[in-house]
Design a protein around this ligand. Structure first.
Ligand code: GRF
Length: 185
């Protein structure tokens, strides 16, 4: 299989990145991970970039200079898909338009419910019985692009933010890999 080159954007613990790195090692998984972008040098997920020896950079994309640098780096590496995995910055519209290839994101709720931050808190506050995760294309509006795949979990009466997060994240790992497979099927 000819694998496409992918770039993963992170800001935090990078557990989705870790799972994508594992999937990408399978011969029939449609992407290789060639580059990692972090919005902060404090992101714990950068340890996976180092472990797997993937080149990475730390960029503030609000600065025009970083944004142009990144576009060149992506082009140089022939990146055809960007996967946002816990990337906590809003992508600049100009960047989205200029990149002009696939950008996808994983969000910890059943979109269109609970866009933005604080999804678990809102799920508990509204006494939802079901929640989950969504993988979607990225467009110019926050958490609003076309949905690729969703996975559900049941919310129990004794769930806390921590238990919900743990349950949803377990689903996220499968959801992200399955979505990438489905994009290239
Ligand atoms: C995930 O729950 C994802 O849905 C959200 O940010 C979290 C990232 O976790 N967008 P990690 O950095 O992959 O561990």
């Amino acid at each position: 299989m000819v694998k496409r080159n992918a770039c993963i954007f992170i800001s935090g613990s990078g557990t989705n990145l870790k799972e994508l790195l594992k999937s990408s090692r399978e011969y029939n998984f449609p992407i290789n991970i060639n580059y990692i972008v972090s919005s902060t040098k404090k992101a714990k997920g950068l340890k996976f970039a180092k472990l797997y020896k993937i080149p990475f950079c730390i960029l503030n994309l609000n600065k025009i200079i970083s944004f142009e640098y990144l576009l060149k780096e992506l082009q140089k590496r022939n990146i055809s898909i960007i996967c946002l995995a816990g990337y906590m910055k809003i992508l600049n519209k100009k960047f989205i338009n200029k990149f002009n290839k696939i950008i996808i994101n994983i969000h910890p709720s059943l979109l269109p419910k609970y866009k933005g931050l604080g999804a678990f808190e809102k799920v508990l506050k509204n006494k939802e019985r079901l929640t989950g995760c969504t993988v979607h294309y990225v467009n110019n509006k926050l958490d609003s692009g076309k949905i690729i795949l969703q996975k559900k979990i049941c919310v129990e009466s004794n769930d806390s933010i921590q238990t919900l997060k743990a349950k949803v994240q377990t689903k996220e790992y499968r959801a992200y890999s399955e979505s990438i497979i489905s994009i290239y099927r």
